[in-house]
Design a protein around this ligand. Structure first.
Ligand SMILES: *[C@@H]1O[C@H](CO)[C@@H](O)[C@H](O)[C@H]1NC(C)=O
Ligand SMILES: *[C@@H]1O[C@H](CO)[C@@H](O)[C@H](O)[C@H]1NC(C)=O
Ligand SMILES: *[C@@H]1O[C@H](CO)[C@@H](O)[C@H](O)[C@H]1NC(C)=O
Length: 586
């Protein structure tokens, strides 16, 4: 990643060049290392807890023994297979024990035999063969390669095989499929979310600060379970390798009721899934649309589906994030890019209908007009919604569920200061380096795109750490909400404001901000008149909060509960800002 940031730097602004040191030291490997260390930190913590819980010291010895064994297996794996070979092996070894179980070997078996073994796909209630069915059609127009940043130099330096999966994906894998209406019951609300606008997790996110992120070197999705099954089947119509749970946050699927009638719900959903486009021997290529969204109108017992649509929004100029590896080690050799996908959608062609119905004489007849008969025309009653919210409102509820940090409003830079003046508050501002200059202001773009801005400007670790943990933690949200006006800006936005002579006041405030900026991200506290009274660099912040696994974890104070150290540090940063403001206002 480090190399990548350097490559994409905007040399005319000197953002990278002038701060090469940061690029050398911090990004990429460090960010990724910090993910892993989060995991090992958790293991470290766990082992400490175990010890405290009076488990004999033997536990520690056992862990040490296990680690040694793993290390040995790793070394022997490397000797036998070489780096690239071991990489492929690890991509199958999902539990990282350096042995392949039959379950882990399954994708290879499927590939060699061309047969999917009977999986746990339908671990749920079997479908009623007389239940209603609906036809879902898939439509897609391939990603416009010319919208990718790397197309500007004709994909110079991009190995041809990296993009092979992307280039080959010209249309849906399965243009049309028939589903049972009852399969869509996964979208029904749980019993405690029966009001319009109350969001719930269809597929909960499993990421947190301890689990970190799922690995990049995988080719085959895990076996979907429970409610993931229908999402997996639907997304498989587009591409054979959908990962219902994306590697990074936001992960999972959320839904809420938009409208309620006596018999129906209109449910709006949002899914963060991604596709793996490459296969062995090419390195993985991840294709992550900004989001999948859509709605389903279904009966409360899910016996009838009236409408179903799932799509990738295409009304922004960039809507897909792509990441691919170009070497056999997941940590460093990763490229990122972004592009525009004009169309990707699934839609029910018509409401679900029973396959067979009885006529007056009690004969079963094929509703689709088999055996020479005409297809039966069904007439559907009109739905009268008794309570509803707008689609936009529903989308906002889902967004807040996925991005709790949005519970605090982030105003554009130009508004933040006038608001701060009016409310007599300080401005909490985050200034990011960004290479993109159109609509990708951090809160206007969908998540992976945001992530891309951050991946470019910050290294993976700090961008993600900032948004996903610190700015979402409830003590920080509360403090920001009470005492600050918040704002995010990209570096080049402020440079434009600074250069704008028609608004000297704002231009001056922008200059004061830019003076304090250091690559890649600077967090600042400013007085309403623009004077920056406190600031902290994201890399410095991360260094402060990153705990080395071997360090004593006294920071996890038992008295104070398990407060994440970065949250505590951020609160301290904001409180210091408030203190300094007092001095200024005396
Ligand atoms: C894109 O469409 C969504 C839903 O239709 C809407 O809420 C959003 O404002 C649109 N965004 C842009 C940039 O037009
Ligand atoms: C922010 O403050 C307002 C008004 O005091 C309150 O209604 C809202 O729930 C608060 N939001 C958060 C995220 O704390
Ligand atoms: C903003 O206000 C503070 C305190 O009143 C003052 O010290 C500072 O010079 C002012 N800054 C500008 C840019 O006017």
């Amino acid at each position: 990643m480090a190399a990548d940031v350097r490559k994409r730097g905007s040399p005319e602004k000197g953002a990278v060049a002038s701060d090469g040191e940061h690029v050398e030291n911090a990004p990429g490997e460090d960010g990724l290392r910090s993910r892993r260390s989060a995991r090992s930190r958790f293991c470290g913590l766990l082992s400490k807890l175990l010890i405290i819980a009076a488990v004999p010291i033997g536990a520690f010895g056992f862990k040490y023994y296990q680690d040694r064994q793993l290390m040995k297996r790793h070394e022997s794996g490397l000797r036998t297979l070489g780096t690239e070979g071991l990489f492929l092996f690890s991509s199958l070894d999902t539990d990282h024990d350096l042995y392949l179980s039959p379950e882990e070997f399954k994708p290879i078996a499927e590939k060699l035999t061309g047969v999917s073994p009977p999986g746990e796909f339908e671990e749920e209630v079997p479908q009623d063969p007389n239940g209603e069915t609906l036809t879902v059609e898939a439509k897609m127009q391939p990603l416009l390669l010319e919208t990718m940043t790397k197309s500007k130099d004709g994909f110079l330096g991009v190995t041809h095989s990296s993009l092979s999966g992307l280039r080959a994906w010209r249309g849906p894998a399965t243009p049309s499929s028939v589903f049972f209406a009852s399969q869509f019951r996964a979208f029904l609300p749980p019993k405690n979310k029966l009001e319009a606008g109350e969001p719930w997790w269809v597929v909960p996110s499993e990421l947190n600060i301890f689990t970190g992120y799922l690995p990049n070197n995988r080719y085959h999705p895990p076996t979907p379970r429970g409610k993931e099954v229908i999402l997996h089947s639907l997304l498989s119509m587009l591409h054979p390798r959908p990962f219902v749970k994306s590697r990074f946050a936001p992960q999972g699927a959320v839904a809420c009721i938009r409208a309620i009638s006596d018999f129906y719900y209109d449910i709006v959903f949002r899914i963060h899934a991604e596709f793996q486009l490459n296969e062995v021997p090419d390195f993985p290529f991840w294709f992550t649309p900004g989001q999948f969204t859509g709605n389903i109108i279904l009966s409360r017992d899910s016996s009838h589906v009236r409408e179903f649509r799932l799509y990738v929004p295409n009304n922004r100029s960039l809507n897909v994030d792509m990441e691919w590896l170009y070497g056999g080690s997941e940590s460093s050799n990763m490229e990122v890019d972004i592009g525009y996908l004009p169309q990707m959608e699934l839609q029910a062609t018509a409401p679900s209908i029973p396959s067979f119905i009885q006529d007056e004489e009690g004969n079963m007849i094929d509703s689709r007009g088999g055996a020479g008969g005409d297809p039966i025309q069904f007439v559907f009653e009109e739905i009268h919604w008794k309570s509803e919210i707008s689609r936009k409102e529903a989308a906002q509820r889902l967004e807040l569920m996925l991005y709790p940090f949005k519970k605090v409003t982030y105003l554009p830079f130009s508004e933040a200061f006038s608001r701060a003046q009016a409310e007599q508050k300080l401005v909490h501002s985050v200034l990011l380096w960004g290479a993109l200059d159109d609509q990708t202001g951090i809160f206007q773009c969908d998540s992976p795109v945001t992530r891309y801005c951050l991946t470019l400007s910050v290294h993976t670790g700090s961008g993600r750490t900032l948004r996903e943990t610190v700015l979402e933690s409830s003590p920080v949200l509360t403090l920001l909400n009470q005492s600050f006006i918040s704002s995010w800006s990209l570096l080049n936005e402020l440079e434009h404001l600074q250069a704008d002579v028609s608004n000297p006041a704002l231009s001056n405030i922008a200059s004061l901000h830019l003076e304090k900026y250091n690559f890649p991200v600077e967090m600042m506290v400013a007085l309403p008149n623009g004077t920056v009274i406190h600031h902290i660099n994201a890399n410095y912040f991360l260094d402060q909060t990153a705990m080395k696994p071997e360090e004593d974890s006294t920071m996890f104070s038992f008295a104070g509960g398990f407060e994440d150290p970065s949250t505590a540090t951020y609160i301290r940063f904001l409180q210091d800002g408030l203190e300094k403001a007092k001095e200024h206002l005396l």
